[in-house]
Design a protein around this ligand. Sequence first.
Ligand SMILES: Cc1ncc(COP(=O)(O)O)c(C=O)c1O
Length: 397
Amino acid sequence: MYKKELIEIANTKLLKVTNRPEIVMCKGQGMYLSDIEDNEYLDFIGGWAVNCLGHSPDVISNILAKQSRTLVNASPSFYNLPMLEYAELLINNCCFERVFFSSTGAEANEGAIKLARKFGYVCKNGAADIITTQNGFHGRTLTTMSATGKEQWETLFEPKTKGFFKAIFNDFESVKNLATEKTCAIMIEPIQGEGGVNVATKDFIQKLRAFCDKENILLIFDEIQTGMGRTGKLFCYQHYGIEPDIMTLGKGIGGGFPLSALLAKEKLNIFDPGDQGGTYTGQPLSMSVGLAVLREILDKDLVENSRKMGDLIKKQLCELSKQYEIEDVRGQGLLIAFDLLQTKGNDFVNKCLKDGLLINAPRDSSIRLMPPLVVKEKEVEKLITILKNNLKIRKIA
Ligand SMILES: Cc1ncc(COP(=O)(O)O)c(C=O)c1O
């Protein structure tokens, strides 16, 4: 089919939910995506921080072929082999004792919110309020939209789920001021991804942990974007010398296959049968992929590559900022952002797209990079060359 016809289908048949360029992707290999006209794109969006092993990795295609010949679905009412093997490996590599599997990040966060409220009902006189943060992002179901701190969403789809209060990120006093005896949890992203890559300070997180311990409040880390090696540690909480009570994972956990997880401390194994579930929880295909992805991350030490390549990219961006109109290079591991002076983020994204580079603009003048964890120096070099070609030179005062 010709591109014109395909775009016609897109324009007339798909429910419009976002603006997309007139490009139809058809292939992915390693760090590159290709479209139906054989244009190649160096991918520093990484499927939105998802394709941690790159595009079409053998590890995923092999296990999908093997598992789909063995067992695709056994129903959520039975255990299955990959589910148990994966649960054990995941738990052995983090500070939690219990896991519940689902398919999307928002679903994992819904589970975390329900678990926190169950804790409030069982252990804290019915406390159900949850403190989240301004500019935080937790998903697009109605409840996770309620938890999200996007100003534009405040009045959308009313009435939303009640009981969420938005504190200022990295401002402990603002969190403290919102806490009452009705608060059951504080839920944050250690690095706000969609909010523009805002990194939580160690002081902020450690104060939150101490405050939660004192007030019997749960600390929930939404690591859907920061987990699975993205920030140069397997999980971002490991940068802070603390342990959350609940953590959610998504995106990179399945390397492109829909998979998410809710992890919790043993004391939170308090759901009654029927409180939580789902047709696809622990589905053998996603479990075998999750297991294979985690094994690959550990075996190939991709967490170290994330740290090393992240440091290299940040160093090169800081060098660029001396000559070109960029500032505030920030982030950890391979979750990096910088701000543009006098250029709109989307205009810059479109210019780079024409040069075959995929990057993202989470805010007006911010650019975000979240490449696969397998990125190598030669691809970083190409990234910097294309950025340089499109950046404005600083005016000397
Ligand atoms: C921190 C965070 N939480 C939750 C979500 C929602 O995940 P999903 O789109 O898989 O539902 C996202 C997605 O961008 C995210 O970045």
